[in-house]
Every structure is written in C-alpha cells, then in structure tokens.
Design a protein around this ligand. Structure first.
Ligand SMILES: Nc1ncnc2c1ncn2[C@@H]1O[C@H](COP(=O)(O)OP(=O)(O)OP(=O)(O)O)[C@@H](O)[C@H]1O
Ligand SMILES: [Mg+2]
Length: 299
C-alpha cells in the first residue's frame, strides 16, 4: 500500500543556500514518524513543504493520496498543522476558543462542547477553561494552541516541535494524546529536539542534517546501528569524559577501552550501558565526529 506521506527528492534553497538537498521520506498509514536534526537542519522547512505552506524547488510529494503539485487544496483538507492556531483569540476564554474552533470545523454545538472539555482536560487546562486567554502563561497558551490544532482530527497531523516549552507533565499528557490519535487511525509526522520523545513516540525516525537524510529506521534499528553497548568513561564525580559505542564482543570492548585510555584521568571509572538515540544523533550530526566516525558506526 502506498505510504500516507511520501516525499521523493525534495529540494529547497533560500537564495544560494540549499536547505533541503534531496529528501526522501515515507510514512505508512496509521504510524508516527519523527524528524530529528540539529537546529537549522531543515525540519520546519520540510514540514512546511509537506503541509503546502512552502513550495519545493524540486521533488514530488503526496499526502493522503494527493499530489502536492496537482492538488494542494486536497492535501490541506486532509491535514492539521500546529502553529495554525495563531488563531487564538485573547479576548475569549480557553473554552470559547476551543468550542469555536470545533464549530468552524463542522461540529455541532454539543459535539464542540464535548470535544472542548475533553481537550482542555487532557492539556491540563480544565481549571482555566473559563479564564480569558489574555491571562494565560506562555505554557498555557502553548497547550491551548495544541488543543486547537487537535479539535478536528484529520487523517494526517503535522506537529512541529509540539512539546518545546512544555513542562514534563504537559509533555507526557501530549504524548498520550498523540498515541491516542494514532490509535484512532491518524498518521502523524512530528519534529522534535528531544530524542527521548522520538524514542517514546515514533515508529520511524528520520535523522536529517545539512539538508540530507543521514539515517532512518525504527528507534531500535537506529540504536542497533550505533552498537550493542556503549562504554562510558566518567570522572569520579560523574562527569562524562568519553562514550564509545562497541559491538559488544570482547575484541570490540578491548578496542573501546584502548581508545578510552587516552582520555583517562586519575580516578576515572568505566561503565557500560545500552545505546540511546542521543548516541545515534551525536554520531551522525557531530561535526567533530566527522565522516570517518559516521562510516565506522554505520558500515
Ligand atoms: N524563508 C526563509 N528564508 C531564508 N532562509 C530560510 C527561510 N526559512 C528557513 N531558512 C533557513 O533554512 C535553514 C533551515 O531552517 P529550518 O527552520 O527548516 O530548520 P529547523 O531544522 O526547523 O531548525 P530548528 O531546529 O532551529 O527549528 C536555516 O538555515 C534557516 O535560516
Ligand atoms: Mg524548526
């Protein structure tokens, strides 16, 4: 079956600066995909292209079976995008905002009320529902933004850094909401700076750097590419001196320890742990690690 979101050879330059240099991406129906990358990697630009806000210079995009070049308005009808909700009305209360958005999306009055209560509850805004938005804190506004973008649940949902600026509790609540959307059949593409978030949420992760896809796969697959085990060297008060991924074999471990020997300080201790997505990210996007490391880790 054709993927719900499909990008092939997407390119975009702003002036002379190439921001996306041939991106391929496929998100199967009913799955959650995360796009990861350092600041300026092109994540937002990619999301803007997929959601019809920015035109690509080259490449093909289909979303929910619609071709971007031929039928962008059909794509717009199939998606929701965060940020859209710059439509927050400061004079209205939180509840009024969400209810109004529900009405605009074709819900009847009772449905709009019910959905509003549900969303305000799940974003921990129930107590503030009757307050005017003008009195909301930054985090509350952010949560209201997200609630608004989820009033209607179209088949495809784009979320650009949905949990940036949220506290831990709100972040977990949003994760739950996102899992729930997938359970209901939505296909979700999100960007994030939080590796833990990608690990928690995503079926597939696409890592982009310098406008290109540098790795993709499930969180488990990506971690397995880094190695079986990471050997860490820490000072006696716990400061990390070095982390070297290994294949988990005895010769691999020996080689890692030899490598760490150069960095050893008096009293430094060695420990082993499983790889995280952070290891994948750093190995593939750290300029200091360079091409050699990339090839070593991914050959
Ligand atoms: N409209 C524009 N005009 C010129 N340059 C742009 C424009 N939009 C984005 N860029 C540049 O394109 C590059 C990628 O930007 P983009 O916002 O896609 O990155 P990002 O991965 O989302 O970064 P962040 O993690 O900081 O959100 C950046 O160097 C940015 O300055
Ligand atoms: Mg961005």
């Amino acid at each position: 079956m054709e993927a719900t979101i499909q990008a092939l050879g997407v390119r975009k330059a702003f002036g002379t600066r190439t921001v996306l240099d041939g991106i391929d991406l496929e998100v199967p129906a009913g799955s959650i995909a995360a796009v990861l990358g350092p600041n300026g990697a092109g994540k937002t630009t990619l999301l803007n292209i997929l959601s019809t806000l920015v035109a690509p210079d080259a490449g093909t995009v289909t979303v929910n079976g619609h071709d971007l070049a031929r039928d962008p308005s059909a794509i717009r009808e199939s998606i929701s995008v965060t940020g859209q909700a710059a439509a927050v009305d400061e004079v209205l209360t939180g509840e009024e905002n969400v209810t109004m958005m529900g009405r605009l999306n074709g819900l009847n009055r009772a449905e709009a009320r019910r959905r509003s209560r549900e969303l305000l509850e799940s974003f921990d805004l129930a107590d503030a529902a009757r307050q005017r938005v003008v009195t909301f804190s930054g985090g509350m506004r952010r949560r209201l933004d997200l609630a608004l973008s989820l009033v209607a649940t179209p088949p495809v949902i784009f979320l650009d850094e949905p949990t940036t600026g949220l506290d831990t509790r709100s972040r977990r609540a949003l994760w739950q909401t996102i899992h729930g959307l997938r359970t209901d059949g939505a296909t979700i593409l999100l960007t994030t700076q939080y590796l833990e978030e990608a690990d928690e949420l995503a079926d597939d992760v696409t890592l982009i750097d310098g406008g290109r896809v540098v790795a993709s796969g499930s969180p488990g697959e990506l971690k397995a590419q880094v190695g079986e085990t990471v050997v860490e060297l820490k000072t006696h008060d716990g400061e990390l001196l070095a982390a070297v991924p290994t294949d988990g074999t005895l010769p691999g471990l020996r080689a890692a320890i030899n490598q760490l020997e150069e960095r050893a300080a008096p009293g430094a201790a060695v420990s082993l742990r499983s790889p995280t997505l952070d290891d994948v990210f750093l190995h593939l996007t750290d300029p200091a690690a360079g091409q050699a490391t990339t090839q070593k880790a991914f050959s």
